[in-house]
Design a binder for this molecule. Structure first.
Ligand code: AMP
Ligand code: MG
Length: 354
């Protein structure tokens, strides 16, 4: 398959004839069962018609994703949610009011219109109303319901720019819409509203504290906080090994001095035994590391930058053929909870506590 590329300006707010034609064309491709990768405010998505079982099957095939791992359905107007859910609880309306359009996905009971292929056989559906103008435009031109997981091959870090989508998807899908780098860089928060107390199944940019404020109290899936838990995660996707770089990644937690000393000692030992070594470092202590490749993930003062840079850094280590990677650790509250969740998954939960 020959993948077509459309380039759009980052802020596609103003009408532009050429872009409009591109969106219309991409929308028609989705309506006729094709696949289009597109930017959202979180990461790039791989979109197909959510109401067409054949499109969902194609998404799983293009990603190499197990078909029991359900897709998120993206809409571009709040009222469209009524078509795909069988019940709309008051809490969902409140959450939509507070956080939509934006990086928040709700799990609700599905209507008969959503095929089981899209929900991995579950009787619930994941719904998101993204804020990115290109995503909204594409959804509108596609008929209103786009099923879209992240546009990476299964197991690889989610793509934060079209370059990474192309790396994984060129030749496997019809279109890639290139809208530059995304703003947030971590996937949406997933909130399950089918249980008595709403529960976070995947942490993201919308934090537990923000959700607590709107709903009074939300729970968090134990498998997120306690990786040793034997319980199966309620978001099926969370059980898979994810975001993994090709090299072995170890997270190191302790005081800055302890962490620097540990990483430098171990990186040196690894280097002597033939490994290519890498470090994920914060700006404040960057200069103090010695390894083959030292990457700056951002300042400790700027969690949003850390979130935005994480997945691209993991991919860059692959490009550099780094085989042994050490990362600093981050406090797991607020946005840090999402950062540590992704970092721990990438590390296969290898963490050294000093
Ligand atoms: P991705 O699109 O790559 O961000 O992955 C979508 C995530 O949403 C996966 O972790 C899925 O397991 C989760 N998800 C989608 N639909 C549901 C659902 N109905 N119930 C629980 N989790 C879901
Ligand atoms: Mg994904």
């Amino acid at each position: 398959m020959n993948t077509i590329y459309f380039h759009i300006k980052k802020e596609s707010g103003k009408p532009d004839q050429e872009e409009e034609t591109a969106f219309r064309q991409a929308g028609e491709i989705i309506r006729s069962g094709g696949l289009v990768a597109f930017p959202t405010e979180t990461v790039y998505g791989l979109g197909g018609d959510a109401l067409n079982p054949e499109s969902s099957r194609k998404i799983y095939a293009a990603k190499g994703r197990p078909s029991d791992n359900p897709l998120i359905v993206h809409i571009c107007r709040f009222e469209d949610i009524r078509v795909i859910v069988s019940r709309l609880p008051e809490a969902a309306v409140k959450i939509a009011h507070a956080f939509w359009p934006g990086p928040l996905t709700m799990i609700l009971p599905k209507s008969g219109l959503v095929p089981p292929e899209t929900t991995g056989g579950l009787d619930t559906v994941a719904v998101r109303f993204p804020s990115h103008p290109a995503a909204r435009k594409l959804i509108a031109y596609s008929g209103g319901y786009i099923a879209a997981p992240s546009a990476n091959l299964s197991g690889r870090p989610s793509p934060t720019s079209a370059k990474y989508v192309a790396e994984d998807m060129d030749g496997r899908i019809d279109v890639i819409i290139d809208g530059g780098e995304v703003g947030i860089g971590l996937e949406s928060t997933i909130l399950d509203l089918t249980s008595d107390v709403p529960r976070i199944l995947r942490p993201g940019y919308i934090t537990r504290e923000m959700l607590d404020e709107v709903l009074g109290k939300v729970d968090i899936d134990v498998t997120i906080i306690d990786p040793q838990s034997r319980q199966a995660p309620k978001a099926p996707g969370m059980k898979y090994r994810h975001y993994a770089p090709k090299g072995k990644l170890v997270i190191v937690e302790g005081t800055p001095e302890q962490v620097i000393r540990y990483i430098n000692t171990h990186a040196e030992t690894d280097r002597l035994s033939g490994e290519k070594t890498g470090v994920i470092a914060t700006a404040e202590v960057l200069e103090q590391y010695h390894a083959d490749v030292v990457k700056c993930i951002g300042s400790r003062e700027d969690e949003e930058a850390i979130a935005r840079n994480l997945f691209s850094i993991l991919r860059e280590f692959d490009d550099d053929n780094v085989t042994s990677i050490y990362s600093e650790s981050f406090p797991a509250h607020g946005l840090g909870q999402a950062i540590m969740n992704r970092l721990l998954k990438a590390a296969g939960h290898r963490i050294v506590r000093l």
